[in-house]
Design a protein around this ligand. Structure first.
Ligand code: COA
Length: 141
């Protein structure tokens, strides 16, 4: 981790039980104000709405806590759960690119959430704790 590239890893707890992880990445964040994210839930806890909650939480951190301008995300085009989380939370499709999956070329769907779109669905029930103390380590004043 450095001021020009940081990746914050959060453990997702439900009633104290770890069920997955959600990260938040800033690459040249002080220049661009853009974050990206990646999430993973244990198979038995997927499809219950936790994915939307954990993404909402890091978006709140990024846009309310760290003053990000935009958030990006991407997923294999056939990853319906991940793509639906992005669409539901207000991201817009932002083109496609390619990656490989088990050795085969596979399309990636890219997404972009603007601050305006995030404001429209802004949550008032997410509490941020300890953000001010972290800002210097992320290169933020
Ligand atoms: C991606 C992931 C974090 C999403 O979390 P989740 O808890 O399963 O998703 P949610 O229950 O919050 O569902 C979000 C939306 O996707 C829809 N959805 C969930 N699973 C789906 C599926 N298998 N097929 C189609 N739609 C699905 C839900 O109906 C919901 O739609 P809504 O917004 O209209 O209500 C989780 O499925 C996961 O860990 N998958 C494996 C790892 C992975 O693919 N990570 C992302 C890599 S980019």
């Amino acid at each position: 981790m450095s001021e020009s590239f940081w990746r914050l890893y959060f453990v997702v707890l439900v009633d104290g039980e770890p069920v997955g992880m959600q990260d938040l990445v800033g690459a040249d964040f002080t220049r661009f104000g853009v974050v990206s994210s990646f999430s993973w839930l244990v198979p038995g806890r997927r499809g219950d709405g936790i994915g939307k909650e954990m993404r909402s939480a890091v978006l709140h951190l990024a846009l309310a806590g760290l003053d990000a301008r935009e958030a990006e995300s991407d997923a294999f085009a056939d990853n319906h759960a991940s793509n639906k989380v992005s669409r539901t939370l207000g991201y817009e499709p932002n083109g496609t690119t390619w990656d490989t999956l088990r050795g085969e070329l596979a399309p990636i769907q890219r997404w972009r959430l603007t601050r305006d779109a995030w404001e429209q669905g802004r949550r008032d029930d997410i509490e941020l704790v300890g953000v001010e103390e972290c800002r210097p380590a992320l290169g933020l004043g």
